[in-house]
Design a protein around this ligand. Structure first.
Ligand code: G3P
Ligand code: MG
Length: 246
């Protein structure tokens, strides 16, 4: 059986500061795929950042949506993780696209759900789509979101593979209806909700199944045996090794 694709969560975030170019370079080397979180700055720049605020992963403070790129470009987004990465900047989606084109990295872009209303959501989608159009055809892409209403907006911008993300415990029996309404052909359930029966059912219904976030090699082997298509992990190196011979 072909092993599942491995996708580095926030890059290879066990090895380098999450959502930075350093983490994406490592993911490129380890598995060729990276997941990243995108949000909109006040000036319309698409920034790669998981949290709503800057404190946890940068030397800055305050809300991401209120900052401009000029405000955050000089922040250190690496030193909190390890002094070796001090000075690593925040990344824009445009920086990630440049890197992807340079090293042949495929990307899973996770659209955050903006707090500022539908107009901000539309701007995030349009600005993300503008960047994705720059991606070399040799690099694959998946666009995912917990907010499934974002996905039809993305479909209106172009033909990217779309994935419905489900929080732990939020995968209802109506997953198929949700995916159809969102126009998604890929499902990203959370590890605790995944069973062999569910994977069989989803794949039989024609969906690809990528599971997040899987850091235990035993879990990864079990998922590989279930026939999942992809595994999103903080440690692509370890998980690739674990599933190499399932
Ligand atoms: O896309 C999988 C995973 O990244 C979703 O959760 O909170 O880490 O963005 P989160
Ligand atoms: Mg994410």
């Amino acid at each position: 059986m072909k092993p599942p694709r491995v996708i580095g969560h926030r890059g290879a975030c066990a090895h380098a500061p999450e959502n930075t170019l350093a983490a994406f370079r490592l993911a490129a080397e380890m598995c060729g795929w990276a997941e990243l979180d995108v949000d909109l700055l006040a000036d319309g720049t698409v920034v790669v950042c998981h949290d709503r605020t800057l404190e946890r992963t940068t030397t800055g403070s305050g809300r991401v949506e209120e900052a401009t790129w000029d405000d955050v470009a000089g922040l250190d987004a690496g030193g909190w993780f390890d002094p070796r990465f001090a000075g690593e900047p925040l990344a824009r989606l445009s920086d990630v696209i440049d890197l992807a084109n340079e090293v042949g990295l495929s990307i899973n872009v996770e659209l955050k759900s903006p707090l500022g209303g539908a107009e901000i959501a539309r701007r995030l989608v349009a600005a993300t789509a503008a960047q994705l159009r720059r991606l070399d055809p040799g690099c694959d892409v998946i666009v995912s979101s917990f907010n499934h209403l974002m996905l039809p907006l993305m479909a209106a911008e172009g033909e990217w593979p779309l994935a419905c993300l489900f929080e732990a415990g939020q995968l209802g029996e109506d997953w198929r209806t949700r995916a159809e309404l969102a126009g998604a052909r890929i499902l990203h359930p959370c590890l605790p909700d995944v069973t062999a029966g569910l994977v069989t059912e989803m794949r039989a219904a024609g969906y690809r199944v990528n599971v997040w976030t899987v850091n235990d090699p035993e879990d990864a082997r079990a998922l590989a045996r279930m026939g999942v298509d992809g595994i999103i992990t903080n440690d692509p190196e370890a998980i690739r090794a674990a599933i190499a011979q399932v």
